[in-house]
Design a protein. Structure first.
Length: 162
């Protein structure tokens, strides 16, 4: 597959599957032996596993929307930088709905298979930015304000010793 073909597959994955909720495309885009290596969702395997996972996220964030900011493709490697926006309106992994909106950014580095079926070549397998590590620049004004408040609330060494 060309670099442009891989960009198109990554776009379809985010737009048609995640944004529009067309889970039938998973049978075309995901290899049958798909395994997600993600500590947040350990043990997620196969097309049925990814369909269930996406359906769960879309139920919790019914207005979820991915926007690709940039893509770099070279040969069979592609990196997509995107922002995902959504409102937490349903339970997710034991967390009740908060009604809050969020827009974290992430990068995806899918691994493309070099041989076998076209479905295997389009498996978007990768890792998001490490969990628990803050972005150097918060994406929303609210996040910037929260970060500034945390910084101003931390006691100095002089205050700690008194």
């Amino acid at each position: 597959m060309s670099a442009e073909d891989n960009k198109t597959l990554a776009w379809r994955w985010l737009d048609e599957v995640w944004n529009k909720g067309d889970l039938s495309l998973i049978d075309e885009l995901i290899a049958p032996n798909y395994v997600l290596h993600d500590p947040i969702r350990p043990g997620l395997k196969g097309r049925a596993g990814i369909k269930e996972s996406i359906a769960t996220f879309r139920a919790a964030f019914p207005d979820i929307h991915f926007t690709i900011e940039a893509q770099i493709a070279e040969g069979e490697q592609i990196v997509s930088r995107y922002i995902v926006q959504g409102t937490h309106l349903g339970p997710l992994m034991g967390i009740p709905a908060t009604g809050k909106q969020g827009a974290p950014s992430s990068e995806r580095r899918p691994r493309q298979a070099r041989k076998s079926s076209p479905a295997q070549k389009s498996s978007p397998v990768g890792k998001s930015s490490p969990a628990g590590k803050p972005d150097p620049e918060p994406q929303t004004p609210e996040a910037k304000q929260t970060q500034q408040q945390k910084q101003t609330q931390q006691p100095t060494n002089q205050e700690k010793s008194s």
